[in-house]
Design a protein around this ligand. Structure first.
Ligand SMILES: CCCC/C=C/CC(=O)SCCNC(=O)CCNC(=O)[C@H](O)C(C)(C)COP(=O)(O)OP(=O)(O)OC[C@H]1O[C@@H](n2cnc3c(N)ncnc32)[C@H](O)[C@@H]1OP(=O)(O)O
Length: 286
């Protein structure tokens, strides 16, 4: 079914400011509002918009993937990944996708997530994550796929907290983590399921800058992206691949195996019980 992702073009020439809507093929009409794309002078802003917490459901994952493809098709050189939901970057994978799922949807969900990670982690475009809220688990993964991370100070936390839910981060989450903060910090944080404050995250290199408010963070994210964009694109991309290509290759060569591992693990009684309890604890909070 045809659907729309809003794409706003904000350019100085020739009409000062124009707004266009780009038609892209998505799986469902409900994708239309999930990702907001705004074209700026020389780059784009990709803002997740799935209130209340930008959980990564199948539709959200596919909308992000389609948005990146759309940017690539439009020869976009770089983007800022952020959230249009106040106080939340992304709550990570939508736990309801993994709780009492049908096998067919669970497989599509995981396969779509693999695709998004391969796209984002291996992107030729330069990218900056503007982390304007909580970023646990899958939210942290999205941020780590970017070339730089700018976080707004406050109560938000970031990290891979999977063990706290009784689940295990897959090997490619782990590889992304290790490539970002190193082996020792990853080994400890993965086991403990640590979520870090912005200052703690800065200290271990999980984020690159912490700014006091969203406005300051946005300005720094823009200047950071421009710095990346000033480097000759091919040299920058190939240098990034020097670090990332082994992890990308590992998943590319083991996609099917990883999918089966995930489905088998996620559907065990122990994991289903743990996810049920976790979902209840989130609901009880409210
Ligand atoms: C099997 C191997 C797979 C391995 C990989 C896993 C990777 C993952 O990403 S697992 C997901 C991990 N995510 C989390 O642990 C985050 C859980 N959420 C929170 O901690 C909090 O919601 C928050 C800190 C992000 C935000 O807190 P806030 O007080 O603003 O909002 P809440 O009242 O808690 O939530 C509002 C609403 O949203 C529902 N919700 C929150 N997170 C998720 C989620 N990840 N998936 C689905 N739904 C989520 C929450 O239940 C509330 O729903 P109701 O309004 O209906 O009660």
């Amino acid at each position: 079914m045809m659907s729309l992702v809003t794409f706003t073009r904000n350019n100085a020439l020739p009409l000062l400011r124009t707004s266009i809507t780009v038609r892209i093929q998505l799986n469902s009409a409900s994708l239309s509002s999930l990702v907001r794309l705004e074209e700026k002078q020389g780059y784009a802003v990709v803002a997740m918009h799935k209130p209340p917490v930008n959980s990564l459901s199948l539709e959200m994952i596919q909308a992000l993937s389609e948005s990146l493809s759309e940017l690539e098709k439009n020869k976009c050189k770089g983007f800022i990944l952020t959230s249009a939901c106040p106080g939340i970057f992304s709550a990570g994978l939508d736990i309801r996708e993994m709780y009492q799922p049908t096998e067919e949807r669970l497989k599509e969900f995981w396969s779509s997530l693999q695709t998004l990670w391969l796209q984002l982690y291996g992107s030729k475009m330069a990218s900056v994550a503007l982390i304007n809220g909580h970023a646990p688990a899958g939210g942290c993964l999205l941020a780590m796929c970017c070339d730089s991370r700018i976080m707004v100070n406050g109560k938000s936390k970031i990290g891979l907290n999977e063990t706290k839910l009784g689940i295990v981060a897959p090997f490619w989450f782990k590889d992304t983590f290790v490539n970002t903060i190193g082996v020792r910090q990853s080994e400890r944080a993965l086991q403990l399921g640590s979520l870090f404050t912005p200052d703690e995250a800065l200290k271990i290199g999980l984020v690159d800058r912490v700014l006091p408010d969203p406005e300051a963070a946005t300005a720094v994210a823009e200047s950071e992206l421009k710095e990346f964009l000033q480097i000759p694109a091919m040299a920058r991309y190939l240098s990034k691949m020097r670090i990332r290509e082994a992890a990308l290759k590992d998943l590319l060569e083991n996609r099917e195996k990883d999918l089966n591992t995930f489905v088998n693990f996620a559907t065990t009684d122990a994991v289903q019980k743990g996810l049920g309890i976790y979902l209840q604890s989130l609901a009880k909070k409210n």
